[in-house]
Design a protein around this ligand. Structure first.
Ligand SMILES: Nc1nc2c(ncn2[C@@H]2O[C@H](COP(=O)(O)OP(=O)(O)OP(=O)(O)O)[C@@H](O)[C@H]2O)c(=O)[nH]1
Length: 499
């Protein structure tokens, strides 16, 4: 269904709803009104016996009186008596969506810990599971059908219990291992936590700790407190196996780590604060290579930028010139797919986007917020790594954060993260695009949008990590929406190039 078609239908419908006299009947093409905010609003305005699932029954009053002349042709409808109308009021066999959402409350949302009693096939319903943090239904309570008896009792049970404050989240690094990447070595840390059952990750980049050699300038190693702690009843081999070692692990080198000292070491003030990124899982962008979003390249770009060597002024007048140390920082990889709505809902949101809605509206239409992510776990992980400690204290180093998202910065600061700088992430496709390519479309044989970057910038990788810039209309639309609707701090490429 094209956008124009939608707009024509909207205009025609508005005419009818606002016309002083009834216009001649028009044929309206079928539309999936359950997803159309204008129709939902019209339905909500037209009477108390209306839900988004059967709004159309009340648009034409004669439908409630099937014997009456005009039942099927509303230009001939003359009213009928009020008693008849009451008797024939439409009754939905399906509870209004708001009620069903309340019923879903107890089952938890898609991202919540597994509820073993919940029926997993329930997720085949067309109901988003995230009811807890969701805004109230698009239909205002005043216009809804009264709850059926069964549902009413559920509501009584669920209704206004205040959300108890959650205890502070605790994290524990369960294991760590070295991962060679096209950008250099990284240490993958797997975390468990007390808030959800997901395995969140930290990709720590600090190759200096692979060797015992310390140059004239060195930064403190980025180590996990909980990983290096001695766990009850474990052997040295257990410690090595879960990654509590120092240096480079090999058949001939196995040195267990010591628990991290509680007082942070002094950091040379000439060494910039560690660069970090809080990255949210995106199966489509990172694994499938989807060009609907920039998540794949953001993950790659973050690892690349953090791995870049750091140039530090010479520590001594006796040494000539600046010295270079390996890049250091971390990507905290949170399992909050689709800005926290989960993959299932994100897939549905993509279909709504294909119908012409943007990423924010699509989330709202599914009953979600534009962004349902939280950063408490991320901050706990960073603190465990000695990063971004407590602002104004010497607990942990302050961090530079790679992001364009001001909401993310604010959320991290609210969690007490000491952010010394925000480092922007300019999409590759907006850094290097040749405006003359905009009019061209990719074909099966060639993709004129793909531009090779300099060899020193891009490293060929086995997967999407280390890949090149890619361009596409869906990607542009997504990036533009992030700037225009979500306030991401990024110069709009289209406007700059006057496209
Ligand atoms: N619901 C939804 N989520 C999406 C969509 N496209 C990407 N995502 C998710 O968005 C998350 C990444 O967030 P973004 O908004 O792209 O970027 P950000 O992390 O907020 O901001 P930056 O730090 O600047 O990258 C990942 O979890 C993706 O799965 C979409 O169309 N709908």
């Amino acid at each position: 269904m094209s956008r124009n078609h939608h707009e024509d239908s909207d205009a025609a419908l508005l005419d009818i709803l606002t016309a002083p006299v009834k216009p001649t009947p028009k044929v309206f093409a079928r539309r999936d009104a359950a997803l159309d905010p204008l129709l939902i609003a019209a339905a909500a305005a037209s009477g108390p016996n209306v839900t988004r699932n059967h709004y159309h029954h009340d648009f034409f009053p004669g439908v409630a009186l099937p014997q009456h002349e005009g039942s099927w042709d509303w230009t001939k409808f003359s009213g009928g008596d009020a008693a008849d109308r009451r008797r024939l009021t439409y009754k939905s066999l399906q509870a209004p969506r708001r009620q069903r959402l309340h019923e879903e409350l107890e089952e938890g949302k898609e991202n919540d810990p597994l509820d073993l009693e919940a029926d997993p096939l329930k997720s085949a319903d067309n109901i988003p599971h995230s009811a807890k943090k969701r805004r109230s239904s698009i239909i205002s309570p005043a216009t809804e059908v009264k709850p059926r008896a069964k549902v009413a009792s559920t509501l009584e049970h669920v209704a206004p219990s205040p959300v108890p404050a959650l205890p502070p989240v605790e994290v524990k690094c369960m294991a760590r291992t070295r991962i060679p990447t096209p950008h250099g070595p990284a240490f993958l840390h797997l975390y468990h936590n007390t808030r959800d059952t997901k395995e969140h990750l930290a990709i720590v980049i600090d190759p200096a700790q692979l060797s015992d050699h310390r140059g004239p300038v060195s930064a403190p190693p980025i180590r996990s407190r909980t990983l290096d702690a001695v766990w009850e009843g474990e052997t040295e081999m257990d410690r090595i196996t879960r990654g509590a070692y120092v240096g480079r692990l090999s058949a001939t080198s196995q040195k267990v780590s010591e628990p991290v000292a509680s007082i942070s070491p002094e950091v040379n003030p000439d060494i910039p604060s560690p660069l970090i990124r809080i990255h949210s899982e995106c199966f489509t962008g990172e694994t499938v290579g989807s060009m609907r979003c920039d998540c794949g390249e953001q993950l790659d770009e973050a690892i690349r930028q953090i791995s870049l060597p750091i140039t530090v002024p010479s520590p001594s007048p006796l040494l000539t010139g600046p010295t270079t140390i390996p890049g250091r920082g971390a990507v905290v990889y949170l399992r909050q797919e689709g800005r926290g709505i989960g993959l299932l809902s994100k897939i549905r949101a993509y279909n709504l986007q294909d119908l012409g809605h943007d990423t924010v509206t699509a989330n709202l239409m599914l009953g979600h917020q534009a962004d349902e992510r939280g950063y408490e776990i991320a901050c706990a992980i960073l603190r465990d790594l000695g990063l971004g400690g407590v602002a104004g204290t010497d607990e942990g180093e302050g961090v530079r954060v790679l992001t364009n998202n001001p909401d993310k910065v604010e959320a991290l600061q609210k969690e007490g993260l000491d952010i010394v700088e925000r480092v922007p992430m300019i999409p590759r496709s907006w850094q290097k695009r040749d405006p003359s390519l905009v009019a061209k479309k990719p074909t099966l044989d060639s993709n004129p949008y793909i531009v090779q970057h300099n060899d020193d910038e891009r490293v060929a990788g086995a997967t999407l990590i280390g890949g090149n810039a890619v361009y596409g209309d869906d990607l542009d639309k997504y990036l533009r929406t992030k700037v225009v609707r979500m306030g991401h701090i990024l110069p709009l490429w289209m406007e700059e190039q006057s496209v």
